[in-house]
Write a protein that binds this ligand. Sequence first.
Ligand SMILES: Nc1ncnc2c1ncn2[C@@H]1O[C@H](COP(=O)(O)OP(=O)(O)OP(=O)(O)O)[C@@H](O)[C@H]1O
Length: 299
Amino acid sequence: MGITVENLTKRYGPQLAVNQLSFTASQGGVLGFLGPNGAGKTTSLRMIAGLLRPDQGKVYYGDLDIWAHPAEARRSIGYLPETNPLYPDLYVYEILSFYAKIHNVSGSRVDAVIEQVGLGQESNKKIKQLSKGFRQRVGLGIAILHDPKILILDEPISGLDPNQLSGIRQLIRELAREKTILFSSHILSEVEQVCDRVLIIYKGELRVIDSLERLQAEQDGRQVIVAEVDSEVPAESLSAISTMDYCEKLAPGKLRLVAHPGADMRKDLYQWSVQAGVVLLESRVEQTSVASLFEKLTK
Ligand SMILES: Nc1ncnc2c1ncn2[C@@H]1O[C@H](COP(=O)(O)OP(=O)(O)OP(=O)(O)O)[C@@H](O)[C@H]1O
């Protein structure tokens, strides 16, 4: 089941926390939500998980409009919050059984999940006796108990030691074989090792969304231009820019264009805007590598 997000917007009082966020995540695989502290990751993920009502915009799981059909949507979603509120005095088995009752799933499912998330050895320990990595596994276990098709993980691996990290990464990759996963982090290297695609968000706005391979390919020095035009343009019309390899829509009227290796798109972009009858409000050449893109955003 894929996810479609359209123009999600959220304000907290005067502060615009998320502004017109739009993207799609097709079924299966991990989409990394990358951005510095305060960028709007948690706010976005909670809106996408159906836990926080957006001021504007829509979220679809497959064809299902989640705010129009919240009960149906809830069955399809598992959410691991950034601060996982686990009850310290409960045993691992107890807490999972408690959530199993809420979701109306069987005791045998609890046993299966305990094995799947690698908690077999720890199931008779209390939550407070577990390391941070194992607590995250309990949180993941709770999130997948009802076998949701979509999994949203808010900073699932921040603060884990290297041994725990590799275990959780592997687990997320295994889950991604059959689920669509959104995974947030403010650390690039975490995202690079787990995600197929990355979305970079900064000050509540989408800056880039692409496959890691394509972002890495841009490190060969391809030109990237972020352009803003005064009206929505059909993607086909951009194919007239012969120096352009591909283009992504970042927001209505906001485009990110990537050139063929060695090509300069500036003149073609201007000529295209004249021919297409749109006003080019802004166009700027971006740095191209994933690391430099992210560095620029996190400074
Ligand atoms: N309940 C709230 N009331 C007021 N402002 C809020 C609230 N929650 C978040 N914000 C603000 O909205 C902005 C986005 O916050 P959000 O938690 O979504 O960012 P984030 O990218 O998840 O950050 P972090 O990596 O630090 O968790 C921040 O400036 C934050 O201070």
